[in-house]
Design a protein around this ligand. Structure first.
Ligand SMILES: Nc1nc2c(ncn2[C@@H]2O[C@H](COP(=O)(O)OP(=O)(O)OP(=O)(O)O)[C@@H](O)[C@H]2O)c(=O)[nH]1
Length: 197
């Protein structure tokens, strides 16, 4: 999909604040600092629409981005941010659980992991959670430019094993600076959003 127009429509904490236009939605989830903003920027051909931050975990709302009046990207605040209080974590859990389990427009989830390391417990838990609710999920391994090409297969196998996946079809190696994986991610998103389900 060629994207020229994106705007932040809504920052929502609860369902009353979700957009009502009815476009399909693709959620982006991942640990703080995994590269979510960078991935989004590559997908929408911009250098700096979505802030890339060095202060992890700031975003605590669901942010809906209108992409060409066709779909929404829903930026789900990063998990595994140790510095927030227990009550904030509970609030966060409640907010994303409500969204992920009750939103009809949600057609797929892009789950980001860091290609350089084995998926964390948080990554695995998130994946199992999405699988439990039958949410179609694409695993995007970010920062793959930071490991040698010769190690990519190993990284993919490690993710497959940790997430207990039947195959590697839904794992994409991605690099924001090199724009590697962009088309594959878009293909999956378009398939989920518009692919006739
Ligand atoms: N080399 C490399 N660096 C990346 C890549 N993706 C992200 N980064 C860097 O990783 C850091 C975090 O990236 P962000 O895109 O801000 O991560 P985020 O997940 O949006 O972070 P939060 O806003 O804290 O949730 C930044 O310094 C990015 O430049 C990538 O594919 N390759």
């Amino acid at each position: 999909m060629e994207v020229n127009h994106v705007e932040l429509v809504m920052s929502a904490v609860d369902p009353a604040q979700y957009p009502t236009t009815g476009y399909p939605e693709i959620a982006l989830v991942g640990r703080s600092n995994v590269g979510k903003s960078s991935l989004t920027n590559v997908l929408i051909n911009r250098r700096s629409y979505a802030r890339t931050s060095s202060q992890p975990g700031k975003t605590q709302t669901l942010n809906f981005y209108n992409v060409e009046d066709q779909l929404y990207f829903v930026d789900v605040p990063g998990y595994g941010y140790a510095k927030v209080s227990k009550s904030e974590r509970e609030k966060w859990g409640q907010m994303i659980e409500t969204y992920l389990t009750q939103r009809d427009q949600l057609k797929g989830v892009v789950s980001l992991v860091d290609a350089r390391h084995a998926p964390t417990e948080d990554d695995i838990q998130m994946y199992k959670y999405l699988a439990y609710f039958n949410l179609p999920t694409l695993i995007v391994a970010t920062k793959s430019d930071k490991i040698a090409r010769g190690k990519w297969n190993q990284a993919v196998s490690q993710i497959k094993k940790a997430m207990d996946l039947p195959n590697t079809d839904n794992i994409i190696m991605f690099s924001a600076p090199k724009k590697i994986g962009k088309d594959a991610v878009w293909n999956w998103i378009e398939q989920q959003a518009f692919g006739g389900n």
